[in-house]
Design a protein around this ligand. Structure first.
Ligand code: ZN
Length: 133
C-alpha cells in the first residue's frame, strides 16, 4: 500500500551551491547530507513544510544522475512514494506489465530500500518506491 509521497528528488550539478540557494529561499536550518554508494550519488535533503526535498548530485561519471544531467539538465528527477511492503508492490506492478528499473529493492538514502519504475511505463515520470529497512 502506498502511504504518502516520501520525497521529491531534484538533480543538480553542484550540491553545495544548489543547497545554499534553497537554504536562502526557504530558510532551512535542518538538513541531512549523505553519500549513497550504490546509486553513485550524494544528497542533501531537507523539509519544506512536511515535504522532503532531496537534492541529488552524481559522484561518478557513470552515475544515473550524471546521465540524466547530460540528457535533460538540472531539475525534478523523481517522485518517491513510501510503501509498506515494497516487494509486494513490485510484484503487483510486474503483473500489471509496468517496466521496472529495479526488479528487487536496492539501498537508498535514509537507510531505506528503494526501487525505481521505468519512466517509459509512467508517462515520463521517474517514480521511486521506498520503504524503511
Ligand atoms: Zn529518491
Amino acid at each position: 500500500m502506498i502511504e504518502k509521497i516520501d520525497h521529491i528528488g531534484i538533480a543538480v550539478k553542484d550540491l553545495e551551491n544548489s543547497f545554499a540557494k534553497f537554504k536562502n529561499i526557504f530558510n532551512i536550518s535542518n538538513y541531512h547530507q549523505e553519500t549513497v554508494e550504490e546509486q553513485k550519488v550524494k544528497i542533501i535533503s531537507f523539509l519544506i513544510a512536511d515535504v522532503r526535498i532531496e537534492l541529488t548530485a552524481p559522484t561518478d561519471q557513470d552515475s544515473p544522475i550524471h546521465k540524466f544531467l547530460e540528457k535533460r539538465g538540472e531539475g525534478i528527477h523523481h517522485i518517491a512514494f513510501k510503501v509498506d511492503k515494497i516487494i509486494e508492490e513490485l510484484d503487483k506492478l510486474k503483473n500489471l506489465g509496468i517496466n521496472l528499473i529495479n526488479d528487487s529493492p536496492v539501498d537508498g538514502a535514509h537507510n531505506m530500500k528503494i526501487a525505481f519504475l521505468h519512466p517509459k511505463s509512467t508517462n515520463g515520470v521517474l517514480i521511486e518506491l521506498c520503504t524503511e529497512k
